[in-house]
Design a protein around this ligand. Structure first.
Ligand SMILES: Cc1cc2nc3c(=O)[nH]c(=O)nc-3n(C[C@H](O)[C@H](O)[C@H](O)COP(=O)(O)OP(=O)(O)OC[C@H]3O[C@@H](n4cnc5c(N)ncnc54)[C@H](O)[C@@H]3O)c2cc1C
Length: 470
């Protein structure tokens, strides 16, 4: 097909569940491409000589190649093309912020809309799952080395997958009774259905990766015990960022204030959590939006979001904000909390201040500035602060790790070694709360270093590791 013909094809859109149908359940909202739509959309790709999409993808997936295979109807081949670089295509295709990554750098998007890379990747991954195709890669023979992995999120699972395929025995120690980290206890099923998550994770486990649940490393077993008593050659820390950041306002300890990560973990673990009808969520990212949408599905009728900037600066994706608003959540823009109000230790509302936008801050976003005398109170049964997370350092017992000022582990940017040479780290524990794709990329590179470390090889030679720390 000629470029002109490709340019003439409009971007295809996926069907979605209507808000009325989805609001009281956890069914997936976006329904994905049919075969016809996926192939038609794939034909829009210009197969650029210098593909911007690849550069924009943190994992460096060969996007034009897999899209070309989808266009030809070679769906399994397309899937395996992505698996050369990505351990979790079905998951990344759903939750990656495509508009700021691959699709944001798509050259086709300079004239019209970018190619729908995420939905195409989702289509071919789902095609593999629904057609029960073999998604497991062949295993290697054991080489007599073993590695302990702390945490079963995308980082820990990806390290385990690559090491297991290099013949290194891996055991994952996970503090929770479930596997998946934030994918299981953070991102709700209406964005990431559990049968897809489980299908993709079982592929990673298929090479004999052992998972030990309900063990907190640092408390139940120390890092030194893993090495000295259990005989592991190296340890990977993939503990993510699970400590909720506080609002830092008066009254935050009152009953009725429930931090976002804790709320999602409880609900998504199957517990009934009654937070009342009037709920205010504070924040503008994924976590805040997921909390608001989960609260609606759990029966809260009046859910609103408090965000101190405008819609333009919201870190959440346009699609998520659109879905949130469709479901009836009101966003109170340019407002920030100053005090939780209440009596007898129980909150009854939140006092806020109106803001206006000032000059850009270090992040490039306009800084919110308080408008004096603009205080107002919103009555609420529950406030959910969801303004970011820190790394929890319970794991570290017995070691003084070098940390950044944000409390994340400092690592060698090529080898992913911490200041203790047999301990490696990647994902949110290094980057702070970030994305699945970044965790997957770093974990793959960390696994390469751990393998070389176990074999006594040079860990720097021939490496060209992307710096995703920005
Ligand atoms: C609500 C929410 C929505 C999100 N939405 C998106 C999105 O749309 N797109 C996107 O790309 N990213 C999203 N993210 C971010 C994404 O989930 C994370 O970037 C990613 O999961 C990080 O992977 P990780 O493996 O580094 O850490 P995690 O996924 O956090 O996994 C860490 C694991 O370590 C375990 N652990 C911690 N301490 C110990 C210990 N001492 N001993 C044993 N086990 C331990 C934890 O229980 C957990 O299972 C979202 C996050 C949240 C919370």
């Amino acid at each position: 097909m000629k470029a002109k013909e490709r340019m003439a094809i409009e971007r295809q859109t996926c069907a979605e569940l209507s808000p009325e149908i989805r609001i009281d359940n956890y069914d997936e909202v976006a329904l994905g491409f049919t075969v016809d739509l996926a192939q038609k959309e794939a034909q829009r790709c210009l197969n650029c000589k210098k593909p911007g999409c690849r550069q924009g993808c943190p994992i460096n997936n060969d996007i034009p190649a897999f899209i070309g295979l989808v266009a030809e109807g070679k769906f399994a081949e397309a899937y395996w093309k992505v698996r050369e670089t990505s351990s979790l295509p079905a998951i990344c295709s759903r939750v990656c912020p495509h508009e700021s990554q691959c699709e944001g750098s798509c050259i086709r998007g300079k004239k019209g809309k970018p190619v729908a890379i995420g939905p195409i990747e989702r289509f071919m991954s789902d095609w593999m799952v629904y057609h029960q195709k073999n998604m497991s890669a062949e295993c290697a023979l054991p080489i007599g080395k073993k590695v302990a992995i702390v945490g079963s999120g995308p980082a820990g699972m990806t390290v385990a997958y690559h090491l297991a395929h290099a013949g290194i025995a891996c055991t994952i120690y996970e503090s929770l009774p479930v596997v998946g980290g934030m994918l299981k206890v953070g991102i709700p099923p209406f964005r990431l259905p559990r049968h897809i998550l489980n299908a993709e994770f079982s592929v990673l486990k298929n090479c004999g990766v052992k998972i030990v649940h309900n063990v907190v490393i640092g408390r139940d077993i120390t890092l030194d015990q893993l090495k000295n008593e259990h005989g592991y050659d190296a340890v990977f820390i993939g503990v993510g960022a699970h400590a909720s950041r506080k609002l830092g306002v008066e009254g935050e300890d009152m009953a009725g204030v429930r931090h976002g990560i804790d709320y999602l973990r409880e609900v998504l673990s199957g517990h009934k959590v009654d937070i009342g009808h009037n709920v205010v969520v504070v924040g503008g990212g994924n976590v805040a939006i997921d909390c608001a949408r989960v609260a609606l599905r759990e029966g809260s009728e009046n859910v609103s979001i408090l965000y101190r900037r405008t819609i333009e600066e919201m870190p959440a994706s346009t699609e998520e904000i659109h879905h949130l608003q469709q479901e009836g959540v009101k966003i109170e823009f340019l407002a920030a909390p100053v005090r939780v109000v209440g009596e007898n230790g129980r909150m009854t509302g939140i006092e806020c201040q109106r803001m206006e936008l000032g000059p850009p801050d270090d992040s490039g976003r306009c800084r919110p500035v308080v408008i004096d005398g603009s205080n107002f109170v919103i009555d609420a049964d529950c406030i959910i602060p969801a303004i970011s997370q820190n790394v929890d350092h319970e794991t570290d017992t017995g070691h003084d790790f070098e940390l950044t000022r944000w409390g994340t582990y400092i690592i060698d940017k090529t080898t992913f070694q911490t200041n203790i040479d047999w301990i490696f780290s990647a994902g949110d524990s290094v980057l702070g709360p970030q994305t699945v794709a970044k965790a997957v990329y770093q974990a793959k590179e960390a696994a390469e270093s751990i393998k070389r470390y176990c074999l006594g090889e040079d860990m720097q030679e021939g490496r060209d590791v992307r710096d995703l720390d920005n």
